[in-house]
Design a binder for this molecule. Structure first.
Ligand SMILES: Nc1nc2c(c(=O)[nH]1)N[C@H]1C(S)=C(S)[C@@H](COP(=O)(O)OP(=O)(O)OC[C@H]3O[C@@H](n4cnc5c(=O)[nH]c(N)nc54)[C@H](O)[C@@H]3O)O[C@H]1N2
Ligand SMILES: Nc1nc2c(c(=O)[nH]1)N[C@H]1C(S)=C(S)[C@@H](COP(=O)(O)OP(=O)(O)OC[C@H]3O[C@@H](n4cnc5c(=O)[nH]c(N)nc54)[C@H](O)[C@@H]3O)O[C@H]1N2
Ligand code: SF4
Ligand SMILES: [Mo]
Length: 765
């Protein structure tokens, strides 16, 4: 018998615990497999079995298809060596790490000499481990003195961050997954939880089925599998969430269904809010949202009748030009009804990526510093400068470029060095044609990924091979603030390195050996957690040693709360879990004191603005985009898993029967979709599951996986002014029926830089 390796699923923000075991090597009958592959590199035939970790507090042994198959694509199509070329039309040549590092340092120095440190940008990812994030942002903010470190979380979570900070005084979802099993009413808005956070949804669905009095409301323009499970589905028109939320507040206020004591003692700004919601009577709201007055009243009635209300949201709320306002409009309802800081209650943002939460904690956006600090706050800058031993004034007081501002910065010639890691922007950025034109102009682009090719590799000068999940040790934080230790248990293939090591080496070569001298990855985390001490996200007690001793831990968790055993063996195998040493509240704000200067939460009064690009006679329909159960984003992993490809073989567009009739389109007919920015083509899926006037396409198919089926060929980059998160959920489009585009080739479709004949494309298995 072998002891399984305990780790975390590296896909979504539910953060399920996994147990990994070596599968029987081909041709072997011996079940006792030597489990130290770091010392004994796996044979080419080594397979891994993955199952849920029953001891993990978040998932209790459950996994979805993505977690269950995560060990399948570990070796195929890996980028093995650093690869360099002088221009995008040349083939890549293999170079040594030493040459790659020298080149990066030279390019950074020349960019800084030409235009200053702000000409350098690093674009990272919620798929970094916290240690990768911490070193990356330290390199930019401390080492170079520019805040140009942003992550794909800008496209994902930044509205939730801004909303929490503005309304409650600090980021951080105040709820926990146990609330899914303790609520009277789950209010799911802009989230297809069943497909995108399946294990969190399983917990809720089971409880909902067993308790007939528990209500589930889903607000989504599409009848998703999540909506199918609800008691009430409000199929609102895209972009009308604030109308709906204000309309519900209007009714609750009219019925006196408010917690006057909580409003009085724990909040500010209620009168202004009450004045705004006065303008949202049911008939006006129902009309704007495209729902019935009766359904609107039912939704408000469910809130009125519930003691404990849990809101769950994700991209249908965040990815909006009024994303922060939408988040705050949700929080308003909780403040008004006093449903926060209590079991089964609260505004719960479901994090998308496995470690977007860790990124927020580690300073992983262009306006943040570690420990939920802000670059704009002089005291915060001083605290971090002191911790890093930097002279006062080194950290810039200006927020750096957001993800999209990096693209426009390259376009304008203001960015001379662009480093992209663990994200595939040539699929995931809005307005891909503009992104493509911008990256073609980039004087020097470094791309650091696990797989090759990806769509973005075509736009890079230097490719750096990264180690991935299973090959590097670090930590990740899930949506309920639980941190899990993820040990390396395989050798990285070829010359792939952990991201944090790559960033640290560049830091040292730039002359900051003191800033980037880490004995090992545990030392990175130890340094980071010091910076969380006495901050809202205090996790100074969550070190690699305490995680190995205790199993997963939830913040806040000051150092006094955990007792790492000094004898903890320095191996990836955790010792048996011991109970948490001190009582720990799983929820934030249970004392109803908020981290604002006066300790009160803030109401926000917002009128609805609607979509940034509403439909018009030329582009009469609204396109919305999103995800499918099996695929993960740009398919770098899931496109390489047979079972998942069979589950979702092709891209498609969902059209309502009424629109299909008007366009004379039948099931399976090809449709060309145009926006002001680009074009894509899909076979039609005709369904009443989408609101008339709205169409849906999945975001998963970039140019490597299908011809001209990119959602982001169509989307626009107009963003929320507070969070700078682009409105990836809606743009105006026109549809035309076309004949099947059978004979089109990829090169006809897109004129793109060369990506052929690269030794790094070979598979290592
Ligand atoms: N299977 C799978 N799971 C994933 C991922 C994945 O790629 N695949 N990615 C992870 C990541 S990073 C993220 S961010 C999450 C995303 O998780 P979700 O946000 O749940 O997923 P999406 O499909 O992007 O969008 C959710 C819903 O928003 C709806 N919507 C569109 N416009 C509006 C609107 O104006 N108002 C409202 N109320 N709803 C609207 C869409 O119809 C869609 O059903 O999923 C995570 N989990
Ligand atoms: N139209 C539309 N566009 C969207 C969205 C949408 O809903 N609609 N959603 C947005 C959202 S919420 C998100 S989160 C983004 C996601 O978009 P991306 O971040 O572009 O998508 P991924 O496919 O997850 O890309 C991650 C890459 O990191 C690599 N990788 C994995 N692990 C590691 C590692 O440890 N180190 C390194 N260096 N690389 C690694 C993978 O191979 C993969 O190529 O898309 C955004 N774009
Ligand atoms: S729900 Fe999310 S974290 Fe859990 S197994 Fe599925 S993809 Fe992984
Ligand atoms: Mo995301």
């Amino acid at each position: 018998m072998t002891t399984p390796i305990k780790t975390l699923c590296p896909y979504c923000g539910v953060g399920c615990g996994l147990e990994v075991l070596p599968d029987k090597p081909c041709g072997s009958t011996d079940s006792a497999v030597d489990l130290d592959p770091i010392q004994n590199p796996e044979s080419k035939s080594q397979n891994w079995k993955v199952r849920g970790d029953r001891s993990h507090p978040s998932s209790k042994g459950m996994v979805c298809v993505k977690g269950a198959t995560v060990a399948e694509p570990l070796t195929a199509d890996r980028l093995l060596y650093p690869m360099l070329r002088e221009s995008l039309d040349q083939p890549f040549q293999r170079v040594s790490w030493d040459q790659a590092f020298d080149r990066i340092v030279w390019q950074i120095r020349s960019a800084v000499a030409n235009q200053g440190a702000d000409a350098v940008c690093l674009y990272g990812s919620g798929q970094f481990q916290t240690e990768d994030y911490y070193v990356a942002q330290k390199l930019m903010k401390g080492g170079l003195g520019t805040n140009n470190f942003d992550a794909n979380s800008r496209l994902c979570m930044s509205s939730a961050v801004a909303g929490y900070v503005q309304s409650l005084g600090a980021d951080g979802p105040p709820c926990c997954y146990d609330d899914l099993e303790q609520t009277d009413c789950a209010f799911i808005i802009g989230s297809n939880t069943a497909e995108c956070h399946p294990i969190a949804f399983n917990r809720l669905r089971k409880y909902h089925k067993q308790n007939s009095s528990v209500k589930m409301i889903v607000v989504d323009p599409r009848r998703t599998p999540t909506a199918e499970a609800a008691d009430l589905h409000l199929a609102i028109k895209p972009g009308t969430d604030i109308d709906l939320l204000n309309g519900m507040a209007h009714l609750l206020l009219q019925w006196g269904a408010i917690d006057a004591l909580f409003i009085d003692e724990c909040t500010t700004g209620f009168p202004g809010y009450a004045e705004v919601v006065r303008h949202y009577p049911p008939d006006v709201v129902a009309d704007r949202c495209g729902i019935s007055v009766a359904d609107l009243e039912t939704a408000a009635r469910f809130w009125q009748e519930s003691q404990r209300i849990l809101s769950l949201w994700s991209m249908g709320i965040n990815q909006s030009s009024e994303g922060t306002a939408k988040v705050r409009a949700i929080i308003n309802l909780h403040l008004m009804t006093g449903t926060i800081g209590k079991p089964g209650s609260g505004p719960f943002s479901l994090t998308g990526q496995p470690n977007a939460m860790g990124g927020r904690e580690a300073g992983g956006l262009a306006h943040l510093l570690p420990g939920y600090r802000s670059v704009k706050n002089p005291q915060h800058r001083a605290e971090v400068e002191q911790a890093w031993g930097l002279p006062s004034g080194r950290i810039s007081p200006h927020p750096g470029r957001s993800a999209w501002e990096m693209i426009t910065g390259v376009e304008a010639g203001a960015v001379e060095f662009l480093w992209i890691a663990a994200t595939n922007p040539m699929v995931s950025m809005p307005d891909l044609e503009r992104t493509r034109q911008s990256l073609r102009r980039s004087p020097f682009t470094v791309y650091q990924d696990v797989y090759h090719p990806t769509e973005t590799a075509a736009y890079a000068h230097l490719l750096l091979p990264a180690a991935q999940w299973s090959e590097k040790t670090g930590t990740m934080t899930n949506s309920e603030r639980v941190i899990t230790y993820c040990p390396a248990f395989r050798q990285p293939p070829g010359e792939a390195k952990p991201d944090w090591e790559i960033f640290a080496e560049v830091g040292r070569r730039l002359g900051h050996s003191d800033l980037f001298h880490f004995a090992d990855v545990a030392a990175v985390r130890s340094e980071f957690v010091q910076l969380t001490q006495n901050r809202p996200c205090d996790q100074s007690g969550i070190t690699h040693a305490s995680l190995q001793a205790n199993g997963p831990l939830q913040w806040p968790c000051p150092a006094s709360e955990t007792f790492p055993t000094p004898s903890t063996p320095d191996t990836p195998h955790p010792t048996p879990h011991t109970p948490h040493p001190t009582p720990h509240s799983k929820r934030l704000y249970t004392n109803h004191h908020f981290p604002t200067p006066d300790g009160r939460a803030r109401f926000a009064a917002y009128h609805s603005k609607g979509l940034a690009e509403p439909p018009d006679p030329d582009y009469p329909m609204v396109l919305t985009t999103g995800r499918l159960y099996g695929h993960w984003h740009t398919q770098s992993r899931t496109g390489r898993i047979d079972k998942i490809r069979q589950m979702h073989p092709n891209p498609f567009i969902e059209i309502h029967p009424r629109d299909a009739e008007r366009l004379e389109v039948q099931e399976g007919d090809w449709v060309e979709v145009r926006s002001r920015r680009g074009m894509a083509r899909f076979p039609a899926t005709i369904t009443k599951g989408i609101a008339p006037g709205t169409v849906f396409v999945p975001m998963h198919w970039g140019e490597l996986w299908a011809s001209q089926a990119e959602a982001n060929a169509l989307t626009h980059p107009i963003a929320c002014p507070d969070s700078l998160q682009p409105e990836l959920k809606a743009c105006a489009v026109q549809l035309t029926k076309i004949s099947p585009p059978g004979q089109m080739t990829q090169s006809q479709a897109i004129d793109r830089p060369s990506l052929d004949e690269q030794p790094a494309m070979q598979s290592v298995s």
